[in-house]
Design a protein around this ligand. Structure first.
Ligand SMILES: NC(=O)C1=CN([C@@H]2O[C@H](COP(=O)(O)OP(=O)(O)OC[C@H]3O[C@@H](n4cnc5c(N)ncnc54)[C@H](O)[C@@H]3O)[C@@H](O)[C@H]2O)C=CC1
Ligand SMILES: O=C(CO)COP(=O)(O)O
Length: 320
């Protein structure tokens, strides 16, 4: 069984490092120069600095070589997934493709598994998601993640092949729940960052996380997820991590909005597009998603963080 990771950002590189503990791994970058530098310097200086690449990792920009592996982990941002798969659909046909991204595609409202099904119809899709910072995984710190696949036989094999000494995978066949837990927690993390950045305090953050989780469940159940999936690593677990740590880019983006600070636009912040996608879908379905709505509005500049908080507080009182 051979493994490649397609996408050499922070998460793809971290996964490759962890998986290299089991055997050889091919790490593919679309950027030839970056691939050469990483292969020579044994470091991803751009996205994961100061962490060495084990000898068992081969970095390449040759997709024909990378796609020869049995299992391909696809670790690109959600809004880039369709384009990346479409570009290489011919060599990805029939492969096991494990999406490692968190989000909802803005143009279609779909999650990663559906995007794989549309772009590479005869691939075997799965999803790796849950609470983990790339830096923690790359440093070999203990992490537990969710592996989701409709086909439980394939999922059991993947669970075995992708678990490492420090990466413990739990499996589920509820791909919708797993996708949505990872996608929606990023939206709530932006909200929590904004709340802290604006100086609203820890109690307000706890309220946002809890009411945010209620929104996550409402949306996921509407889409057919199982409620227990949201209580697991890909829902509650990732919500707790991302809403409470400045290691999260979504949280830091929210902090910057609350403090009215600049933010590096080259940073991957999945929650921005996902908040817009959610708001669009919720409006069409008549679903009440107030926190997602204000996160979409503060991200697009339609309203300030202060206005958003006042609007949330002044909504009609209701049962919990
Ligand atoms: N960084 C983290 O701690 C974690 C990230 N994730 C998820 O992993 C996904 C990727 O995030 P990161 O690696 O952190 O982002 P990143 O910004 O560090 O890297 C993204 C990578 O995708 C590549 N890329 C973009 N468009 C591409 C295309 N069309 N074809 C090929 N490659 C393309 C970029 O060149 C870059 O190397 C996101 O959905 C994120 O939510 C999940 C768990 C942890
Ligand atoms: O998904 C993550 C943690 O599980 C990483 O979060 P950020 O994308 O906000 O950095």
């Amino acid at each position: 069984m051979s493994i490649s990771v397609l996408g050499s950002g922070a998460f793809g590189t971290a996964l490759a490092i962890s998986l290299a503990g089991n055997g050889p791994v091919t790490l593919w970058s679309r950027d030839t120069k970056q691939a050469q530098l990483m292969q020579e310097n044994r470091e991803n200086a751009a996205r994961l600095p100061n962490i060495g690449l084990p000898d068992r990792i081969t970095v390449t920009s040759d997709i024909a070589l990378a796609s020869q592996s049995d299992i391909l982990l696809v670790s690109v941002p959600m809004q880039k997934l369709r384009g990346a798969l479409r570009d290489y659909a011919a060599v990805l046909a029939g492969k096991t493709l494990v999406a490692c991204c968190k989000g909802i595609e803005l143009s279609t409202g779909l999650g990663p598994i559906s995007v794989i099904r549309e772009t590479v119809p005869d691939a075997h899709p799965a999803l790796l998601t849950g609470p983990s910072f790339a830096d923690d995984i790359a440093r070999g710190l203990p992490t537990a993640l969710t592996l989701a696949c409709k086909d439980d036989v394939l999922n059991q094999k993947l669970q075995h092949d992708l678990s490492t000494a420090n990466l413990r995978l739990y499996r589920t066949t509820d791909v919708i729940g797993a996708e949505l837990g990872g996608a929606l927690k990023n939206v709530m993390a932006i909200g929590c960052g904004a709340c802290i950045g604006e100086g609203m305090g820890e109690s307000a953050r706890a309220a946002l996380m809890t009411r945010g989780f209620a929104e996550m469940q409402r949306f996921a159940l509407m889409r057919g997820a199982r409620p227990d999936t949201l209580m697991g690593l890909s829902g509650m677990g990732d919500l707790v991590l991302t809403c409470s740590s400045a290691l999260s880019r979504n949280y830091r983006y929210g902090l910057a909005l609350g403090r009215q600070d600049d933010f590096d636009t080259n940073t991957t912040v999945e929650g921005v597009a996902t908040a817009q996608a959610l708001t669009k879908i919720a409006a069409a379905e008549g679903l009440d998603m107030p926190i997602s709505k204000v996160v979409a509005e503060i991200s697009s500049g339609e309203c300030s963080v202060g206005e958003a908080i006042r609007w949330l507080l002044n909504r009609p009182l209701k049962e919990e």
